[in-house]
Design a protein around this ligand. Structure first.
Ligand code: NAP
Length: 310
């Protein structure tokens, strides 16, 4: 029987592991489907406090992992496909059929950005033009033209953020009305650097001779007319998919699948000994540092709860 099992090795999971390990809980961390989490797909992280020159996402996660293992956290490659969290001895079943028993669980399984699944998207992901995070990558497109896909609050926020660096921001939205809140929509529509291409979807991301993005092929869904739009950056902001499938039966989730913390706490759930942290339970901030903060809170809550059970 484990004291605490932490699911996920993104910023939330590894920070929880550091705190749990330093509290002598001997935590077991299960890596999940994307070891290191979403930051491992980002080239440079410039907004994580403590790294004035920036740090690449992979190295940052490697540091967090070393910090956690230094204090005794154990990591294992395992993907949980079934969770029985409502009982005193919680059970986690991996897709390989292995069963882990634990007193406490911290679910920090993250979320994945929804992607478009169009040609060129995968090929130019991560440093070659295609990205899902303006906060992380916007500054690399200084004085360049970029494209933002989506019509929700995230797309508007990304587009507005990008106007600080980019010479022009083209927003592609598949309808003729933004989904975003009216205050965000108004700001975007009034911004002199933002052009909204209504009723328009991207069809392909096109590479130049050096393998980085040159343009996007776009299509007007009303006229079916296709054209090329030159840009060096392609920011996809069409929502996220939380990795919460195995927990949705036992824990409260919202209509999009995000885990809902108990009222008054960011990390407690309605089940004793079960905590959530990071992007699987946060669709508002979604930053490395906020995930790390939730991981810290979850580990401290788990520690207090375990102590209360002795
Ligand atoms: P969202 O509200 O679900 O918007 C997703 C957008 O992407 C929609 O405009 C949607 O088009 C478009 N879209 C989805 N799939 C697409 C596809 N395959 N091809 C092209 N376009 C596609 O997601 P979000 O903007 O990430 O926001 C999520 C939640 O967080 C919302 O509740 C939002 O209010 C909140 N949020 C708030 C703030 C803030 O208040 N500052 C900032 C960010 C997010 P349709 O409109 O046609 O469906």
């Amino acid at each position: 029987m484990e004291n605490v099992i932490i699911l996920g090795t993104g910023c939330a999971g590894l920070t929880a592991a550091i705190y749990a390990a330093r509290a002598n809980l001997n935590p077991l961390v299960l890596e999940g489907g994307q070891p290191g989490g979403q930051l491992t797909t980002t080239s440079e992280v410039e907004n994580f406090p403590g790294w004035p020159e920036g740090i690449d996402g992979f190295t940052l996660m490697d540091h967090l992992r070393k910090q956690a293992t230094r204090f005794g956290a154990r990591t294992q490659f395992a993907q949980v496909s079934e969770a029985k969290l409502h009982r005193e001895d919680k059970e986690l079943v991996t897709d390989g059929g292995e069963v882990y028993k634990t007193k406490a669980v911290i679910v920090a399984t993250g979320a994945r950005p929804r992607l478009l699944d169009i040609p060129g998207e995968k090929e130019m992901f991560g440093g070659k033009g295609v990205t899902t995070c303006a906060t992380c990558d916007g500054a690399f497109y200084r004085d360049m033209e970029v494209i933002v896909v989506g019509g929700g609050d995230s797309a508007c926020e990304e587009a507005l953020f990008l106007t600080r660096f980019c010479s022009r921001v083209h927003m592609l939205h598949r309808r003729d009305e933004l989904r975003a809140s009216s205050i965000m929509a108004d700001r975007v529509m009034e911004h002199e650097k933002i052009d909204i291409h209504w009723d328009t979807v991207p069809v392909e991301v096109l590479a130049g001779g050096d393998g980085t993005m040159r343009a996007a092929k776009i299509r007007n869904v009303k006229t079916n007319e296709e054209s090329e739009l030159e840009a060096k950056g392609f920011f996809i902001a069409i929502g996220h998919i939380p990795n919460t499938g195995p927990f949705a039966q036992d824990l409260h989730v919202d209509d999009k699948g995000y885990l809902i913390p108990e009222n008054g706490s960011q990390v407690k759930t309605h089940l004793p000994g079960v905590y959530v942290a990071g992007d699987c339970a946060d669709q508002v901030y979604r930053q490395a540092i906020t995930a790390a903060g939730m991981g810290c809170q979850a580990a401290m809550e788990a520690e207090r709860w375990l102590a209360s059970q002795e």
